[in-house]
Write a protein that binds this ligand. Structure first.
Ligand code: ADP
Ligand code: MG
Ligand code: MG
Length: 898
């Protein structure tokens, strides 16, 4: 038969799956010999069995054998404690505590003092020699049990307590004497009976059993389900239940309860951090019912307990080799440990603590590297609101998409567009967004909504666009028709008022909070002064180790010399994707129009020759900025009509001119071309290599510009390493055709310039067919770069610009995928294609160089996949380069550890 119950002495910290986090750590502390009140844990397995037996709207039944096992463990506990649960003379009392594998704050509240009833409360009073303490404990049980187990609105109990305090003129709960508390118990019992139609269960074991069932049931409450969805915690883990003998922080001023951290979880500074509250129990210390004192004060109040606590904290930190957070209670001068876990921390603290622990010799640098994440580094790199600046906090919502944005509040998309066009910074404020808001979201500096979570439309689209977003700030009462929102304290913000939103913390401020550059970025940019800061020094140490550890190269996606130079400062080892599209925009558009309108080869030739020197200049500058490092240049990819004027606009112009009797011949021809080139699905139309095949002069002109630029660099003493990349290849024949042209041009340029030019020709793998025929394609391609944006679009049949705004939030909500496949590579589908293409390509050409240049190249989870598949490098936006370096190092360290 399955064993469901484990004594604290039977478990260890590595059994979180079975015992939950709290249970596993209580077991660990017990076995370390720390003063943990004895108890036992009912496993998550029991919870899963219980929940599995529940029908539609029906509660579950406890698995067979559980009741007997609980009895056995309870008896053993009673024996050890020399008391029986709820016994009238000298009762054993226990707490019933939930504890899942992952901490889920607010899932279920703990029930303390289980075992008290009308008789045992007297016994407790007698044993403790303290009436007040006993009645205080009983009233707490009634309120917690009533609220948590019986589902009664907690306000009823709080209201009764407040009423009593007011009635007797008590300032705090401490001013209520035994008599008053006894009366409060009567009131509470009345509330329970009235709300449930049944009295509070006097039988101690019934109290225990009901509390255990309540913990199991709490796994599926709405807020638990919501929390799990947001934190991506699987829904089928279940929770464990910890039954722990009570110790009392509420039996006088020589008792109390507290929380502590072994280091400051906000900054990472070393020292004593925590709060302590005398004569209090359980959550009192965090509930703000009375003013707590800083933990350091405990030294004056109770030196013995304080010293012991300090010693234990140090032991815990050395044992867990990490920042621990701790709950403890002092009962009449005796210290008890009630909980510990590896504590959550801010990104800044994560970096500092990792390096401190490595310096102390507690962890290796490889481990330090695993203790931080690319997401944390990214957070440290965003511009921040100046922490010294004055600010008025209006609300706090979900930190949906990081960044610090300031702008005038606007309440609809049209206004956002209109104001942005006249150069205003705007924050689009909506209750929630839908696809109609897209235009506004595009032009806004930030997006703020009062509803919806991290998978809401606003959050998904904002992240996709890299736009700052705070969502679900539900304290804000947004009225889009009037164009204003209100906060609970009555502050009104009208259209045009300036607000500031922090997408990293979820905070919303009134007015213009000044933004400062992150120190970490200043250091990456080469500002030496920044290195004096301890945080920056920690980041530097970890980056250095990541660079030494990683196998994957990191390049940048950069189209301009400025971006190239910046990414180089950020540590890029070349350019993985230089797009050439923008080189056809602006003033050069007219040359593209001439190219398209050309009636003869000569005209076409002329347009191309006019473009050539411009392009050559662009490439020369980029090759110079990346001297000595590879620069992968992608030949023109989007359909040509994207460079022509819009159809509607142009037809209006022509119609107006015709009405006036003087249409421009050029406009008429242009209109015909626009009409001719219109495509229903441009993404699947004449673009990429297809353009190169249909208009050969275009690609050869680009190739010539690249090669001439390289020749010029060589003559100037430089070391250019251009890699010419052909987009959207589906079959090797396309590539062969285009490559032959490029090679021919190269020969010609070399002859003309009298220099030998090192260059490669390769292709993007961004179509499923290319991936599947990679062995053939590799016969012609000298390198592959996975264009995972298009590959994702083509594999899923998603047009990203359309689907993200239209229905991704629904897909995420319904759990069709946990994260957008455009954010994190879909390993099963798109990833399988990458894997196949890598294998097949290398079968043909063992030294085939493999990289990735989609946005996934900067995504932590995806980077770990690319490491696994054995790609040579990832390429991402300049700003993500440090993140990719860090994650590539972490992936290598993790691979080594396995
Ligand atoms: P949470 O998961 O919210 O931290 P806990 O189960 O840790 O809930 O308990 C809530 C509060 O009750 C904490 O302050 C904890 O220290 C306290 N507590 C839990 N069990 C006991 C006990 N046996 N004796 C005294 N205090 C307890
Ligand atoms: Mg706790
Ligand atoms: Mg593409």
């Amino acid at each position: 038969m399955t064993k469901y119950v484990y004594d604290f002495s039977e478990g260890s910290k590595d059994q979180k799956d079975l015992l939950g986090g709290k249970g596993a750590n209580l077991a660990e502390m017990s076995n370390m010999g720390l003063p943990v009140p004895p108890g036992f844990t009912i496993s998550t397995e029991a919870c899963r069995a219980y929940l599995g037996s529940a029908g539609e709207g029906q509660p579950g039944t406890m698995p067979e054998g559980l009741e007997e096992e609980v009895t056995e463990h309870l008896e053993a506990l009673e024996q050890a404690m020399g008391r029986k649960l709820g016994e009238p003379d000298d009762p054993l009392l226990v707490s019933v505590r939930s504890g899942a594998k992952f901490s889920m704050p607010g899932m279920m509240e703990t029930v303390l003092n289980v075992g008290l009833n009308d008789r045992s409360v007297e016994g407790l009073a007698k044993q403790a020699g303290d009436e007040r303490f006993a009645w205080d404990s009983y009233r707490r049980l009634l309120a917690m049990f009533g609220k948590t187990v019986l589902g009664i609105d907690g306000e009823l109990f709080e209201g009764a307590l407040d009423g009593l305090k007011e009635e007797v003129g008590a300032e705090s709960d401490l001013d209520l004497d035994a008599e008053r508390l006894r009366a409060l118990v009567e009131t509470y019992k009345g509330i329970i009976e009235e709300q449930c139609g049944e009295p509070f269960p006097q039988d101690p074991r019934a109290q225990l059993d009901q509390a255990v069932a309540a913990v199991f049931d709490s796994w599926n409450t709405e807020r638990a389900v919501l929390y799990r969805r947001q934190e991506r915690i699987p829904g089928d883990l279940g929770t464990a239940v910890n039954v722990c003998s009570m110790v009392f922080g509420n039996c006088g001023m020589d008792s109390g309860t507290g929380v502590a951290f072994t280091r400051d979880p906000a900054s990472g500074a070393q020292g004593v951090y925590g709060d302590y509250l005398q004569n209090a129990q359980g959550e009192d210390v965090v509930a703000g019912i009375r003013n707590t004192v800083p933990l350091a004060e405990l030294e004056k109040l109770d030196k013995k307990s304080y010293d012991e606590l300090m010693e234990i904290m140090q032991r815990l930190e050395e044992h867990y080799r990490d920042l621990c957070d701790i709950e403890f209670t002092v009962e009449r001068g005796k210290l008890w440990m009630l909980q510990t876990r590896v504590g959550k921390r801010t990104p800044a603290a994560a970096f500092r603590i990792a390096v401190q622990l490595a310096d102390q010799g507690l962890i290796t640098m490889d481990e330090a590297l695993e203790r931080v994440t690319g997401a944390q580094l990214a957070q440290l790199m965003f511009p921040q609101f100046d922490p010294k600046a004055e600010r008025k906090l209006l609300a706090k919502g979900m930190n949906a998409s990081p960044g610090a944005a300031v702008g005038k509040a606007v309440f609809d998309s049209a206004t956002a567009v209109e104001w942005a066009e006249r150069g205003e910074q705007v924050i689009l404020v909506r209750r929630e967004t839908n696809p109609d808001d897209l235009h506004g979201m595009v032009v806004a500096a930030g997006i703020l909504t009062s509803r919806g979570g991290k998978t809401s439309h606003a959050a998904v689209v904002a992240r996709g666009m890299g736009r700052t977003c705070v969502c679900g700030a539900d304290d804000l009462d947004v009225d889009v028709r009037v164009g204003e929102f209100r906060t609970p304290d009555g502050t009104e913000v009208h259209e045009g008022d300036v607000i500031s939103i922090d997408g990293t913390t979820g905070e919303v401020f009134l007015g213009d909070v000044p933004v400062i550059d992150s120190k970490v970025v200043r250091w990456f940019e080469g500002d030496e002064d920044a290195a004096d800061d301890e945080l920056v020094a920690a980041v530097a140490r970890i980056m250095e180790h990541a660079d030494a550890a990683r196998r994957l190269g990191v390049r940048a996606n950069a189209d301009t010399p400025g971006d190239a130079a910046r990414s180089r400062r950020f540590g890029a080892q070349g350019i993985g994707l230089c797009r050439t599209e923008h080189m056809f925009l602006g003033d050069r558009r007219e040359l593209v129009e001439r190219l398209i309108l050309a009636d003869s080869d000569e005209e076409q030739e002329a347009a191309l020759s006019a473009l050539l020197p411009l392009q050559r200049q662009d490439f020369e500058e980029i090759l110079e900025a990346m001297d000595g490092l590879p620069v992968t240049i992608r030949l023109i990819d989007p359909p040509l009509h994207e460079f022509l004027p819009g159809f509607t606009e142009l037809s209006m112009k022509v119609a107006v001119a015709e009405a006036a009797g003087k249409p421009s011949k050029r406009d008429v021809r242009l209109l015909a071309a626009v009409r001719r080139m219109h495509e229903e699905n441009p993404m699947l139309g004449l673009r990429g290599v297809r353009l190169g095949v249909v208009i050969p002069g275009l690609f050869t002109m680009q190739a010539r510009a690249i090669l001439e630029a390289a020749a010029a660099r060589i003559k100037a003493g430089g070391d250019p390493c251009p890699e010419i990349m052909i987009p959207l290849v589906a079959t090797v024949q396309e590539l062969e055709l285009v490559k032959a042209d490029v090679v021919e041009v190269a020969g010609a340029v070399e002859d003309e310039q009298g220099v030998k030019i090192p260059f490669k020709v390769g292709t993007m793998i961004e179509l499923p067919r290319a991936a599947m025929t990679a062995d053939e394609i590799a016969e012609s391609a000298e390198f592959f770069s996975f264009g995972t944006n298009d590959l994702t679009q083509m594999t899923w049949g998603f047009s990203r610009d359309d689907v993200e705004a239209a229905f991704f939030s629904t897909y995420l909500e319904k759990g069709i995928f946990g994260v957008s496949p455009f954010e994190t590579l879909d390993r099963q589908g798109v990833g399988a294609l990458v894997r196949v293409a890598a294998e097949r390509g290398r079968r043909t050409r063992p030294d085939l160089h493999l990289g990735v240049c989609g946005e996934h190249g900067g995504d932590p989870d995806s980077i770990h996949f690319f490491e696994e598949v054995g790609l040579d490098y990832v390429s991402c936006s300049p700003f993500r380069v440090p993140v990719a370096r860090l994650e590539a190092g972490r992936a290598a360290a993790a691979a080594k550890a396995d």
